[in-house]
Design a protein around this ligand. Sequence first.
Ligand SMILES: C[S@@+](CC[C@H](N)C(=O)[O-])C[C@H]1O[C@@H](n2cnc3c(N)ncnc32)[C@H](O)[C@@H]1O
Length: 297
Amino acid sequence: MRTDGDSWDIVTSVGLTALGVATFRALETIDPDPMIHDGYAAWFVEAAGEPRFTRLLKDPAAVGAMARFGRFMGVRTRFFDEFFAAAWQRGVRQAVILASGLDARAYRLDWPAGTVVFEIDQPRVLEFKDRVLADHHAAAKADRRVLAVDLRDDWPGALTASGFDPRRPTVWSAEGLLPFLPGAAHDALFERIDALSAPGSSVAADEFSRGLDPDHFVGMEEKLFGDSPFGDLDVGDLWYDDARSDPGDWLSRHGWTVHLTTPFEMAAAYGRPLTDMPAELVDVAQQMRYVSAGKRG
Ligand SMILES: C[S@@+](CC[C@H](N)C(=O)[O-])C[C@H]1O[C@@H](n2cnc3c(N)ncnc32)[C@H](O)[C@@H]1O
């Protein structure tokens, strides 16, 4: 399924997963008791016009078990929102959102004045995103700089060329990204983050380095979604399962203080325990960890 240098737009291959995530955020936003509010997500879903996703937003009552997936995404979104807020409370004013997809944090969050937010993703994903945001006259709440560059290529060069300052502490996120990178690019990602991070920087990612069987994910999709919103696209086929470093281990060996948690622990901490989830989703969630780390001085 995947090849070196492959690319996509918002309705194909890995791009469709960004649209899927936006759909789940939109669903959580219109839940009667939502964990997050992302009013931008529905704009993207509507503009993409992919019927399997727009249908879900038009008829939330038909969402059924998929609402659980929205809740799961709500936990993840809140985790990363709070991670960014913690960084700016420490005075960090430079953020890099790796694989930003349809993440609207540059618009949603109340960044302190003077914050620069860099977003990196593939060109056609970002073109779509910026077109929708412009159509809605959306205004970013930070100095947003968009870098259309592949994360398997020389993204640090593009970042520094667009004004990134490695002498200043940075807050980094890699949300929903790591399984889509081949092992070499995955490991290079953390090496590059480390090389570009001044003391006081922090990074967060969700990861499956303990292993996730793609067939298991597909089984879950079929059972939860029935008619999968991803259509014939098998999301498990988009993932790499080649060897790679464990991000938490790697970071702790390279001068970072690491904290690991799980979606279950965070949901409980938010007072929204994930108790009513189908067993398949529980299995997947149990293999996922949120790793966050701060670079020591
Ligand atoms: C599941 S989506 C997550 C998007 C976003 N972080 C979020 O949580 O809403 C995966 C994203 O990773 C991006 N991505 C995956 N591999 C990439 C690569 N090699 N270079 C640039 N972007 C990549 C995709 O384009 C997509 O936007």
